[in-house]
Write a protein that binds this ligand. Structure first.
Ligand code: HEC
Ligand code: HEC
Length: 298
């Protein structure tokens, strides 16, 4: 708040208070006389108005609100930049509430954090808490049912970029991941892109309509250029997050146009790291929830 607005508020508020007080007391003095039957002469729909002073209790109430106002403005923020002698703030109140909340749940979180994921998925209450963390933080990208979206992997289909063990999932969530599919357009040329796109689609059992010659050429490109990451048979590599290209599960679409686009321009999916945001206990709980989607407790 600039100094101008600070003083603007202070002066305006003080002036109003003084004015109201003055009006209250000055009219009070003018009316200090006995009760009469005299009317003010005003009549509204046949209702007339006595010319009598304000009832005493009413006057006292006005004074009380004035005293309250002054007290409030000394204790709490209200007068421009004045923070109030109590030092109360909205942010402070929120922090206190959050801290109280965290203290209340801390023992429960810690007990769950000490339980292995494979055990934790047998505990419906822990999974419920994990689901809540998921809905608040992850559903935005992965969907409410973890079913994924274009560019955001399905977490419920047991097809993994980085591995589906409890440890792999936890590492993904805690540290984040960056998919690095390079752009190949300039390296293998437009024809090469078309041929290898047809080839990898056929790996998933899609009929690409390409000639056998093109598919053979695509296979050659694949083994020289792509197999390093996607492995020789196209089943992918968890260590690099290179997807399995043989199971007809697609992160970036399965049409010839989409697959060509992926190969020509590359893709760089980013999964943000959550360790610092959620803390280790909540990461553990949400890992259990994600793990439970594809692993049933025995
Ligand atoms: C801003 C969007 C975004 C948010 C929010 C997000 N993710 Fe992700 N997540 C991604 C993307 C993108 C990938 C794929 C990364 C890649 O392409 O290499 C991914 C990958 C993953 C994977 C790896 C899947 C696999 O097949 O190996 C897991 C597990 C995962 N996310 C869980 C979570 C959880 C749990 C949360 C919430 C705490 C979360 N994500 C929040 C975007 C997001
Ligand atoms: C340096 C390692 C690397 C190389 C080499 C590589 N890829 Fe990839 N590829 C990846 C990664 C990592 C992803 C996942 C990108 C992401 O998660 O955003 C990917 C994704 C893809 C996808 C998308 C799959 C889907 O589910 O939508 C296709 C298709 C693909 N690659 C084909 C190829 C082809 C064809 C080549 C050779 C011309 C190739 N890749 C070379 C690492 C590689």
């Amino acid at each position: 708040m600039s100094n101008f607005w600070h003083w603007w508020i202070v002066l305006l508020t003080s002036a109003c208070l003084v004015l109201v007080t003055w009006v209250l007391f000055s009219t009070r003095k003018a009316q200090r006389r006995d009760m009469t039957d005299e009317t003010t002469g005003h009549a509204y729909d046949g209702i007339e108005e006595y010319d009598n002073p304000l009832p005493h209790w009413w006057f006292v109430m006005f004074v009380a609100t004035l005293v309250f106002t002054v007290g409030y403005l000394i204790l709490y923020p209200g007068m421009g930049k004045w923070a109030g002698v109590l030092g109360w703030t909205q942010v402070g109140e929120l922090k206190t509430d959050q801290l109280k909340h965290e203290r209340r749940f801390a023992p429960e979180f810690q007990r769950y954090a000490a339980t292995p994921i494979e055990e934790l998925i047998k505990n419906p209450k822990a999974l419920k808490m994990g689901e809540r963390v998921f809905i608040n933080n992850c559903a935005l990208c992965h969907g409410m049912d973890a079913g994924g979206n274009f560019g955001f992997p399905n977490l419920a289909d047991n097809d993994w970029l980085y591995g589906g063990s409890a440890d792999a999932i936890k590492t993904t969530i805690a540290q984040g991941r960056r998919g690095q599919m390079p752009a190949w357009g300039a390296v293998i040329g437009d024809k090469g892109v078309k041929q290898v796109a047809s080839y990898v689609r056929e790996l998933s059992g899609i009929d690409s309509g390409a000639s056998q010659d093109d598919l053979d050429a695509g296979k050659k490109v694949f083994s020289t250029t792509c197999a390093v990451c996607h492995s020789a048979d196209g089943t992918g590599n968890y260590a690099l997050g290179a997807p399995n290209l043989t199971n007809n599960v697609w992160l970036y679409g399965s049409s010839q146009t989409q697959v060509e686009y992926t190969i020509r321009k590359g893709r760089n999916g980013v999964m943000p790291p959550w360790h610092d945001i959620l803390g280790p206990e909540k990461v553990h709980l949400v890992t259990a929830y994600v793990y439970s989607l594809t692993h049933k407790a025995e």
